[in-house]
Each structure stands twice: as C-alpha cells, then as structure tokens.
Design a binder for this molecule. Sequence first.
Ligand code: AVJ
Length: 325
Amino acid sequence: MPNLARTHATRPLERVPNPGMLAEVAAGLAAPQKELSPKYFYDQRGSELFEAITRLPEYYPTRTERALLEGWMPELMAQLGTRTLIELGAGNAEKSRIILDAMRATGLAELYVPIDVSATFLSQTAAQLRREYPGLTVEPAIADISVELNLPRRMPRPALFAFLGGTIGNFYPPPAIRLLSRVRAAMAPGDRFLMGVDLRKDIARIEAAYNDSQGITAEFNRNMLLVLNHELGADFDPRAFEHRAFYHTVAHRIELHLVSSRDQVVEIPGLGPVAFAAGESIRTEISTKYDRASVSTLFDAAGLRIEAWPIDPATPFGLVVGAPA
Ligand code: AVJ
C-alpha cells in the first residue's frame, strides 16, 4: 500500500507535456455541469492510488480480468501467432505479463509497445520487462490515447492491440468510436484487438466498487485537484470537496463527482476565479458498463467485428476479441 496519508504536495509530474490542458480545463469548468477528464487522475500518486483500488475487496474488475486473461491467452496466442503486443494505457504492465507469457510460449514474443501518458511508469516498466523477457524488444510510446497512438513505424505482424481494465468505459460514445477507429486504422489484416469491458450487473455491486469502505477511491478522486494545483498552479482545497459515485441507470455508467462542500472560489492562473456553490459538483469520470449489443454498436461504428466474447458470467466482466470487419 502506498503512503496515502501524504500532504497536499505532489511529486513532480512526468507526463505528456500538455499545452492544451489549461484550455481543456477552462472549457470543462465553464460547462453547466462542470467536468474534468479522468486522465488528470494519474500523476505518480494517482497511479499508486489506482493500484491500491485494484486490490480492494469491492473492486472486482482487475482480478476478474486477470483470471480471464490467464484462462484465455495461451489458447488465443497459440491460435493467432502474435509477434507484437501493443498495449493502450499500459500502467505497470502487470496484465501484459500474462499476454507476453502466452506469446513467449509460442516462441513469437518479438515486440512490446506499451503506450501511456505517464513516462515515469513507462520507463520503470520497460526496464523491468527487458530484464524479464530477454529477446523481447520493448519500445514504449508516450501518448495520450484519446488523441493519438504514436506507434513505432515498423512492427512485426500479426499484432495484438490490447486495451484492458474496462478503460473504454471512460469515453463517451463519440470519442470511444474515434479511439476504436484509430486502433482499427493501425491494424493490418490478421491483427486482433483485445478489450476489457465491465458488464452491466446489479447496481449495488457496481456502486460498492466505487465507494470503497477504506475511502481510497475518494482519495483517488480528490487527487485530481492536486494534479490541477501542481500542473496549473490552481489553489483547490481538496478537503472542501466530497467524493460522490453513483450509477446512472439510463446511460449505464458510474459517474464520479467532486461535490463542493461550501460556496467557494478557486483561482486558476490564466483562467481567473472559478466559483462553486455549495453542493455543486465537478464530474471527474464516467465508467460505462456494457453488454454484447452495446459493444457491437461501438465496433460496427469503428469498422470492427466481435470475433470472440469470453466473459466471466459470475462477476460479470468480459474480454472482447475484435477483428477488422
Ligand atoms: C481505470 C477507468 C477502468 O473505471 O473502474 C476505478 C478507474 N475510477 N475507480 C474504472 C476507476 C474509480 C477505472 N478504469
């Protein structure tokens, strides 16, 4: 467990230089429902907090997905003969090892391309994986996948594009389709796309996963304000915002909000004062839950088709194997 009792100071950020951040934040905070992108959760502390979330008893997606990967990857990799693994949003690459092990078992693990916004996590992960997998070329790409993939020019085929964890759920449908289309455009015939999706289920179970009893998710949510303080010189007081997570039954998604506990004004240099009324919220994340039909709709729009749908019906959480349509 990382030290979660730290003060409001954050460690230096190493992420994609993002000159558009101020403009994006300004637009988000000017909307009737104030909104910030979940990509701003992940500085070093945010990444550590997310790792702590993945180990929470209430947070079922990570361990379910890991079990699915362990069960399905050996067979899938043997069948596909995958030579390159491209991972969108690689983080610490724990699940990548399951895929890489399966690739190595077929003797074809040649290139691994982890893509992430966080250069810190990427360089640590890359060095570690080079030691663990002699003969594997590790070529990290620093990119904001909501904008670009920044892939190496040459990659041995067939390649597997992996987008795990259910992170597709962070995207509203139009950007989700743009992201999937970007993956589709980078695919050659014979390549495959592997995506983790959290599935619709009992609402209480979903809500519990985002309202854990230890308050880690609340700290993770508030950490975004520290990222804004550090990156933009804003003066958010995270103690003046409360964590709220609820299921939106019509849109089939969890929404994370930070609710202002009082009337307050926050100063963001270059943007000026931003007023919050007591009870007013910033939406910081959506986490959409799917079924086969809703994944199929996204895939259709992106030029992909569902080739396989291995899910855990008990949880339920799923993997989707996509191919060019
Ligand atoms: C990393 C986007 C998959 O939506 O479940 C976990 C992020 N937010 N708890 C998710 C998250 C709060 C997570 N994803």
